[in-house]
Ligand binder design. Structure first.
Ligand SMILES: *[C@@H]1O[C@H](CO)[C@@H](O)[C@H](O)[C@H]1NC(C)=O
Ligand SMILES: *[C@@H]1O[C@H](CO)[C@@H](O)[C@H](O)[C@H]1NC(C)=O
Ligand SMILES: *[C@@H]1O[C@H](CO)[C@@H](O)[C@H](O)[C@H]1NC(C)=O
Ligand SMILES: *[C@@H]1O[C@H](CO)[C@@H](O)[C@H](O)[C@H]1NC(C)=O
Ligand SMILES: *[C@@H]1O[C@H](CO)[C@@H](O)[C@H](O)[C@H]1NC(C)=O
Ligand SMILES: *[C@@H]1O[C@H](CO)[C@@H](O)[C@H](O)[C@H]1NC(C)=O
Length: 929
């Protein structure tokens, strides 16, 4: 153990490499020994806690940046070497790795090797010049709390690395619809009209992207420049605060085609491929009123790109404002030529300020056993073999693992003989369905042998020479392919399962404490005794279980009778017989109050506390002290009576702590009255949008209300047979008692009332909460309630009402379209209620936001059940209660982009269609209008 002590120290520091100066910035000077801040203000830290490889100084010219003066290099073997960095999930990052060879190994053999991000091949690094750094960059959405950058597959020389840099983006910068399936690998990022050969990066670019100067000459790069190409620049500020937010300094320079044309040709590394390609334009010249600058894009063989005419000033909404036209997905060749040509009616030639092209790299999902293996390795945080990082199988497997050759490989063999491992055999090793060989011999494993039935393909098991104790699991006998089982030299005891002895396998079980082939002699009595005790115990348990089950059955059946009630209203009786029919049905189950009793309780309907779809609600207090809410139906029509009838019969049979309790009814003197428990704290709606002292500012409180309401709905959907569909869930139908616990009200209603909140005589519900599918098909399912509940979840996050002319930006009246656009682009902060105190954990809000988006899917089939929703809410509460509030990162400012009108969004308020994420779409991104 003593020999590991230094390693423990090292590993404690492995993850928080630095305290970044910018949120989410990590700058590793590989091979370095000191921390320092460079001229630009970036803080570099050494990778001296890294466990693999060696440091070297390079013999570099004096002008070389300090971070390039050292490298870390690795043996040219068949394994991989991974750096693992902590990231925030659901956040976009720029990952940059640089490689300056500088003859670090004094061999002048230019290395060639592969680089990968986790299991995804990223790039092949080919050094072609000792003193020019190779720089590769990825833009990605972090889906896991860590990411690994690995070098592997040395073809020439030794793999090495100079720097590893991580830059966090915010808002929806570089959002793409396919970001969960593809990474963006940088092919070109060019600053046109640059004033020097120097790149522009931090601090001019707050995200530290490197914008290369167009005056820097490279072979086959930015050639074929049209005559008449001139540089222009301005010192005026440029408005760039949206979309990809290019730095102002980059936008302040440009090239213009004075002869009417700009042309360029450049080689795109790794192409042909599908690309994300956008240009950054801003009018930085003063155009007299009678002059225009209009032009079109030309790409040989691609006439479709020439359709739109670009008028920068017009498109951007003024001078010195950025306009970002481009393509989400366009296939480009290796040799890429393009031109910008002025239109005939334009007086000025085209302008170009900057350009970015990324290649889409498909994310390799990696081994199917990756999670299990990572969890296994995490049992041994102190040892080197468990720190190899990245995917267990790809692009090269861990040194002690072998994998199948499938596209998503499985672990087939684990070789951990003689590693000095202590403790129990971790259960992860029993969850590898393709595992064939397991070598754990010669360690100090103790405790029982686990049940390997989760790894049914095991053929070879070596557990010999450990300290294992207990009996042999009988499941060994079930391993159909078992060929070798070595368990000698342990402390095992008990009887060897006879199935195992009968197998024709290599089986060594010698030198164990008390392992026997059959039970005999003195032991027999003991065994018999144990058997008797066992049988007795079993009997007791069985009896207890039966009793328990019986009781459960009883409870269950009573629930069923409660709810099995009339859900579909009874066939309408002839109008004149209504009264009779009503009292027959209702009196059988509900308490009937005398009108005088109600009048006493309410002080002759003195205190009005609300008016709903069916009448006015009054406060009252019964003689026994119970506070009540008295709903007097104003609607005397047939519909209203039936509603009343329906509600009374149903209500009297439904009891759940998260449903408002129904006390009874009164029907006398032409008055139809429902009596409910009084809910002291009114409706959820009032607490989201009411006066400020009523507002619920705690996120966890809002979650608890959602949980309560979901439980009530779950009871209606799942606890009753047949299912009861609420049909009119909304924040004003969720009531709060004096402890601020929520109950659902107004269920059991089947027909529309006469007030304006209901959109048609057939479809019942409230605008803004109404399921568009139900609206179209008029087929009611419980998934319509899920839609409405999704809207309520969005209200809880944002505090906004479902329909508004002001809150959701231009072209958008509907909370669903607005929230979906922001959530899908990763800009969650844009929808969080500013009234929420900053005590929430953002992951908890994400969970609810994503659940809400599932709930409001256009098709009912795609929506989760209320039970699944409830589970997510409960997990969000756990996150909130477990994790300390994360105050390290301030709130993002809401993006200036009008999300609802951004290209890929449907405009209809009621009915949303699924996004079309066809990968062949050419989409011109509209700028800020
Ligand atoms: C690198 O150079 C520094 C000083 O310039 C020296 O202290 C260090 O030993 C060198 N490292 C190696 C591995 O040569
Ligand atoms: C390793 O590199 C060689 C040469 O670059 C390449 O042909 C081979 O496919 C690579 N192997 C893997 C597993 O990526
Ligand atoms: C930029 O670099 C080129 C060589 O790539 C050189 O000819 C030119 O003089 C440099 N320009 C400036 C402004 O340094
Ligand atoms: C571009 O314009 C310049 C003058 O502005 C002229 O001298 C030159 O011939 C033109 N070149 C072409 C190819 O039209
Ligand atoms: C079984 O294991 C013991 C102890 O390690 C060893 O002495 C013996 O040779 C082994 N038997 C076989 C058949 O491998
Ligand atoms: C994050 O985005 C906001 C605008 O949405 C911007 O003002 C802020 O500077 C950004 N943060 C960084 C680090 O660039």
């Amino acid at each position: 153990m003593a020999s590991y002590a230094p390693l423990i120290l090292l590993l404690v520091f492995l993850f928080p490499f630095v305290t970044p100066q910018m949120p989410g910035f990590i700058s590793l000077d590989c091979g370095g020994v000191d921390s320092y801040t460079d001229d630009t203000g970036l803080q570099w830290s050494p990778d001296d806690k890294f466990l693999f490889g060696q440091r070297a100084n390079i013999s570099a010219p004096a002008s070389t940046n300090r971070q390039y003066a050292t490298v870390r290099y690795f043996p040219a073997d068949s394994r991989k070497y991974c750096y693992t960095l902590n990231v925030r999930t659901r956040t976009r990052y720029l990952v940059r790795a640089t490689f300056l060879y500088g003859n670090f190994d004094n061999s002048n053999v230019y290395p060639k090797f592969d680089l990968s991000l986790g299991a995804t091949p990223w790039s092949t690094i080919v050094v072609s010049d000792a003193y020019t750094p190779e720089i590769v960059e990825l833009v990605l959405l972090a889906s896991q709390p860590t990411l690994s950058v690995c070098v592997s597959n040395a073809s020439t020389g030794m793999p090495f690395i100079s720097t590893l840099e991580l830059r966090q983006f915010n808002g929806s910068v570089y959002y793409t619809q396919s970001e969960t399936r593809f990474l963006l690998s940088l092919a070109a990022r060019i600053n046109f009209g640059a004033e020097s050969n120097d790149s522009i990066r931090y601090p001019d670019d707050p995200f530290d992207r490197i914008w290369q100067s167009d005056s820097l000459k490279r072979a086959n790069y930015l050639v074929d420049v049209a005559p008449g190409t001139e540089k222009i620049s301005t010192t005026s500020p440029i408005y760039v605060g949206f979309d990809e937010m290019p730095p102002q300094k980059v936008m302040q320079t440009a090239v213009v085609g004075q002869n009417g044309t700009l042309t360029y040709r450049l080689d795109l590394e790794g192409f042909p491929a599908n690309a994300w390609a956008f240009s950054y334009l801003a009018e930085i010249e003063d155009l007299p009123p009678d002059e225009t600058r209009k032009f079109k894009l030309f790409i040989p063989g691609r006439p479709e790109v020439s359709k739109p005419t670009i008028d920068v000033q017009e498109n951007a909404g003024g001078k010195n404002r950025m306009y970002e036209p481009g393509f989400w997905n366009i296939s480009l060749p290796f040799v890429f030529s393009f031109g910008l040509r002025k239109t005939n009616d334009s007086s000025r030639g085209p302008i170009l300020n900057a350009l970015e092209i990324y290649k889409y790299l498909e994310i390799n999902l990696g081994s199917l056993d990756a999670t299990t293996m990572a969890s296994f390795a995490s049992n041994y945080p102190q040892v080197v073999w468990a720190q190899e990082g990245g995917d267990p199988c790809l692009p090269a497997s861990w040194t002690w693992v072998q994998c199948s050759a499938d596209p998503q490989p499985r672990v087939v063999s684990i070789m951990l003989s003689g590693k000095g491992i202590t403790g129990n055999i971790p259960s992860e090793l029993t969850k590898l369905p393709s595992l064939v060989e397991l070598h754990l011999d010669g360690n100090s494993f103790s405790g029982p042998i686990p049940d390997f039935s989760g790894s049914p393909n095991l053929e070879i098991i070596h557990l010999e020479n450990n300290d294992l104790s207990g009996g042999l699991p009988s499941s060994f006998g079930d391993l159909a392919h078992l060929k070798e089982l070595y368990i000698q030299n342990n402390k095992l005891s008990g009887v060897i399962p006879s199935g195992l002895l009968k197998k024709n396998i290599a089986f060594n079980y010698t030198a164990n404490t008390d392992l026997q082939t059959e039970s005999k002699g003195k032991n027999t009595a003991v065994i018999i005794l144990f058997t008797i005790i066992g049988v007795a115990l079993l009997l007791v348990i069985t009896i207890a279980c039966c009793l328990f089950q019986q009781r459960r059955k009883e409870t269950k059946s009573s629930i069923e009778t409660n709810c099995n009630a009339v859900v579909v209203p009874p066939p309408p009786p002839p109008a004149r017989k209504l009264g009779t029919y009503f009292s027959e049905v209702a009196t059988e189950s509900a308490h009937r109050f005398a009108l005088s009793e109600i009048e006493n309780a309410t002080d002759k309907f003195e205190k009005k506390i609300g008016s709903g779809g069916f009448g006015i609600v009054y406060y009252g207090k019964l003689t026994d002290g119970r506070e009540i809410a008295v709903k007097v139906l104003t609607n005397e029509s047939y519909q209203g009576i039936r509603e009343f009838l329906n509600e009374v019969t149903l209500l009297s049979r439904i009891h759940h702590r998260n449903l408002v309790t129904f006390y009874g009814y009164s029907q006398q003197d032409g008055k139809n009255i429902l009596v409910y428990e009084f809910m002291q704290n009114g409706t959820l709606k009032e607490h989201l949008r009411g006066s400020s002292q009523d507002k619920i500012v705690s996120w966890v409180k809002r979650l608890e209300i959602a949980e309560d309401a979901a439980k009530g709905i779950e009871y209606l959907h799942a606890g009753c047979s047949p299912t009861i569909i609420h049909r009119d869930l909304k924040s004003s139908n969720i009531l709060l008692d004096k402890h601020m616990r929520a109950k659902v009200s107004d269920f059991g209603l089947s027909k529309p009332a006469a007030d304006g909140s209901h959109v048609s005589s057939i479809v019942r519900g409230t605008v803004g909460y109404l399921d568009p599918e139900y609206y179209i098909s008029q087929q009611l399912t419980e998934k319509s309630d899920i839609y409405s509940f999704g809207v309520i979840l969005l209200e809880l996050i944002s505090g906004h009402e479902p329909i508004s002319n002001e809150n959701f930006g231009i072209n958008c009246r509907n909370i669903v379209a607005w929230a979906r656009a922001n959530i899908e682009s990763g800009n969650i902060h844009a929808i969080i209620d500013p009234a929420l105190e900053e005590t929430y954990d953002i992951q908890s809000i994400w969970k609810i936001a994503e659940t809400a988006i599932l709930c409001v899917k256009p098709k009912g089939m795609q929506r989760p059940s209320i039970t699944e929703v409830l589970k997510e809410i409960q997990e969000a509460i756990l996150i909130e209660k477990r994790v300390h509030p994360d105050r390290e990162y301030p709130l993002d400012i809401i993006s200036k982009k009008s999300m609802c009108s951004s290209g890929n969004l449907d405009a209809t308020d009621l009915v949303q269609s699924e996004h079309n994420d066809s990968f062949d779409d050419l989409l011109l991104r509209p700028g800020l209008r």
